[in-house]
Design a protein around this ligand. Structure first.
Ligand SMILES: [Zn+2]
Length: 513
């Protein structure tokens, strides 16, 4: 990894259904972090994509009367299109059916074999097809996988290729002890440590092509394909140029941050780092596990039937309201809730009334009384400039710590302070008194300048509306956090535009279906 580069990834989505709000939540929050790092001056590389192999895809395709390849070729673009609609600023959309991925998977597997961490063995055990993973009885509730209560686990017996995961219990414990921030939040780290202390078992990483044929063939073991999880995890290496672009790989690896859901911690915090250690590659700096977005306590996913179409929301209201809601309402790392009622409340209270009104009042008064950005003549509103300074420091610290909801809240305090100060100072009264012309200029300048700073702080979350708002104030798009958040950036005398309503009030409800 080279200085100033920041390689960030989402999990790749399994394409046996359409993108739902849970998928969107992870892409949006990762995008907020990626945009924040760019604003901080990092060279960001942002990877997302789709996981396309395995028995579930094979079976769903068969049921639809399609080949697996035709099936994934139909579905993968719907994910990419949804992320485009939501302004996810990824640099590459990787598909595990991409040719460079197959090469990178085989290369990694061969390295692990050459280093002596693969062995032949036979395996029998309970297999959950929903998870595509072997399970032990203690994983079950009433004899079923708790994640897939509608599917009976199958007893599977196979002669297989094994990855000697058991040899990594101690190295992983040591790595986490030396690098506690490798797994965040802390309560997730403790769960992983608990699993490690129970000891690890070797895992089967081949599937005979009688049971699964839709996968990457193992070149040195005829008639078998690679276990879908083993294949999928390697996408993070492929996306960094492993096996195809040595210079890029040198620049990007190890990854800085993997953002994943809390349900796949074992794969990312145990199996993945063990695979890398076995191949002699450095480990990513951090794996961050986010919670789920629930509707009335239920996880949003295809299997529970709860589905809100993020693409439809973006095409109805633009990407920013959903981006803002999910970032500000959910404590990143914990579970959160989505309801149409709450969405409408947050939209109208924060975006329409709080931010939208502030922009239209502030530009409206400045235009009416001064025709352009008023000149404060070197005077600085001490209250608002202090609010901005404090909020800027706090937002930066919170973004860095991935406390995204708190970063948003810090920026929000600027907007509420401006609205409070307008109520309190009553600039329309100051305008009637010629003696107060200097005070009025100072105050309206401070409100506009505060709004400008708030928009830079919120630009990772609401990139479009922040851009529109800055444009209405005659400012450039946010480029650099350090340079742009300094008080005084707004030029006195700069032209102002009367903006179109930034966030027209809405009545949001579940689309009739
Ligand atoms: Zn399962």
């Amino acid at each position: 990894m080279s200085e100033g580069s920041f390689y960030i990834t989402t999990a790749i989505d399994y394409v046996n259904g359409s993108p739902h709000l849970g998928h969107a939540y992870e892409k949006i929050t990762t995008d907020v972090i990626a945009r924040w790092r760019r604003l901080r001056g990092d060279q960001v590389r942002f990877l997302t994509g789709t996981d396309e192999h395995g028995i579930k895809v094979e079976r769903t395709a068969r049921d639809a009367g399609l080949t697996p390849k035709d099936y994934v070729d139909q579905l993968a673009p719907s994910f990419q299109r949804a992320w485009d609609q939501l302004d996810i600023s990824y640099d590459r959309f990787i598909r595990t059916t991409d040719p460079d991925h197959a090469r990178s998977v085989v290369l990694l597997l061969e390295r692990i074999r050459d280093n002596g961490y693969l062995r032949e063995g036979s395996y029998e055990g309970w297999y959950c097809e929903g998870c595509e993973a072997f399970k032990t009885e203690k994983d079950f509730v009433d004899g079923r996988c708790p994640e897939h209560p509608n599917r009976a686990p199958r007893w599977l017996e196979e002669s297989n290729l094994f990855f000697e995961l058991s040899r990594f219990t101690q190295p992983l414990l040591e790595h986490i002890a030396a690098n506690p921030s490798f797994i965040e939040p802390e309560f997730r780290r403790n769960e992983v440590l608990g699993l490690l202390r129970e000891g690890l078992e070797d895992i089967s990483i081949s599937r005979s092509d009688e049971s699964v044929s839709w996968g990457i063939p193992i070149p040195f073991r005829e008639g078998t394909v690679i276990y879908v999880w083993f294949d999928a995890l390697i996408n993070y290496l492929t996306g960094a140029g492993f096996g195809s672009d040595a210079a890029l790989f040198e620049e990007l690896w190890p990854a800085d941050l993997h953002i994943i859901g809390k349900d796949i911690g074992r794969f990312h915090c145990i199996i993945w780092p063990a695979m890398l250690l076995a191949a002699g590659l450095p480990l990513p700096h951090q794996v961050f596990l986010h919670g789920w977005v629930l509707t009335s306590g239920e996880k949003m996913s295809k299997s529970t039937g709860v589905s809100i179409d993020p693409e439809e929301m973006a095409s109805t209201w633009g990407a920013d309201p959903l981006r803002y809601f999910l970032t500000s309402e959910v404590s990143f790392g914990r579970d959160g809730e989505f309801s149409w009622k709450r969405f409408e409340e947050v939209y109208n209270a924060h975006l329409a009334n709080g931010l939208g009104n502030l922009l239209s009042r502030a530009t409206g008064m400045a235009l009416k009384y001064f025709d352009s950005v008023p000149d404060p003549k070197g005077r600085r509103d001490s209250l608002l400039s202090e609010v901005c300074e404090k909020a800027t420091g706090e937002a930066a610290q919170c973004y860095d710590r991935l406390e995204l909801h708190r970063a948003t809240a810090a920026a929000w305090r600027i907007i509420s302070s401006c609205n409070e100060q307008i109520q309190h100072r009553e600039p329309w009264k100051m305008a009637k008194n010629p003696d107060q012309r200097g005070d009025l200029a100072e105050f309206l300048y401070a409100v506009l300048e505060s709004l400008r700073i708030a928009m830079i702080l919120l630009s990772p979350v609401i990139p479009n509306k922040a851009g529109e708002c800055l444009k209405a104030m005659g400012c450039e798009q946010a480029q650099s956090f350090a340079a742009d958040c300094r008080w005084g950036g707004l030029k006195a005398g700069a032209p102002l535009q009367k903006p179109a309503p930034l966030f027209p009030r809405i009545e949001a409800k579940a689309p009739a279906s």
